[in-house]
Design a protein around this ligand. Sequence first.
Ligand SMILES: *[C@@H]1O[C@H](CO)[C@@H](O)[C@H](O)[C@H]1NC(C)=O
Ligand SMILES: *[C@@H]1O[C@H](CO)[C@@H](O)[C@H](O)[C@H]1NC(C)=O
Ligand SMILES: *[C@@H]1O[C@H](CO)[C@@H](O)[C@H](O)[C@H]1NC(C)=O
Length: 168
Amino acid sequence: MNYLQFMLTCFFLTALYLSVVSFEKRQRTRLETKCMGHTNYTYLRYRNSEKCWTSSENDKNYLDAVKSCQEQGALLGTIKTKNEITLFRLFTTKNIVWIGLDKINKSTFTWIDNQKPVKNISFYFPGLQASADIRNLADCAIAIYPKLIFRFLLKHCESIDPYICEIR
Ligand SMILES: *[C@@H]1O[C@H](CO)[C@@H](O)[C@H](O)[C@H]1NC(C)=O
Ligand SMILES: *[C@@H]1O[C@H](CO)[C@@H](O)[C@H](O)[C@H]1NC(C)=O
Ligand SMILES: *[C@@H]1O[C@H](CO)[C@@H](O)[C@H](O)[C@H]1NC(C)=O
């Protein structure tokens, strides 16, 4: 990372931190209260988005990650909007995590929380327009955040990776 990138990162993170802290004095939300009851889970809020997340201790394949979250009364984490991407950047210490986005057949993705087909999949995978593009890709989604650039990627579900769990 060069100096300019470093300064920009510091500025960005400070601004995010301040905007999160400025919410602090407000009353607790339902999720915030619930989150406090779960050891190892962190409550985060940014604008109108809030999350209660924890990072995995051990890496797992996609299905085992799903199960592991369920055993904690949670779901594999979802990151659906720009604000939630911001929260993830604040939260994560991992470069790569499984998220609850799954390709259920050759052309359809579903989020783990509602199981409905995702209509605007190109928001998550820019450049993927036609189902023909999607057909040949791996089936499970991962969020990666290696060098200040966040994006989603598809990986083979058997791959062993970290994951985030989410309390609703
Ligand atoms: C919380 O994390 C600690 C250390 O990482 C672990 O030993 C403990 O089992 C976790 N607690 C729960 C409820 O998952
Ligand atoms: C796609 O859906 C997400 C979640 O509903 C939304 O935040 C995002 O703005 C949508 N993107 C487009 C391009 O419609
Ligand atoms: C994929 O699954 C969706 C939702 O269940 C369904 O509507 C669609 O017809 C399926 N497509 C194929 C190619 O099987």
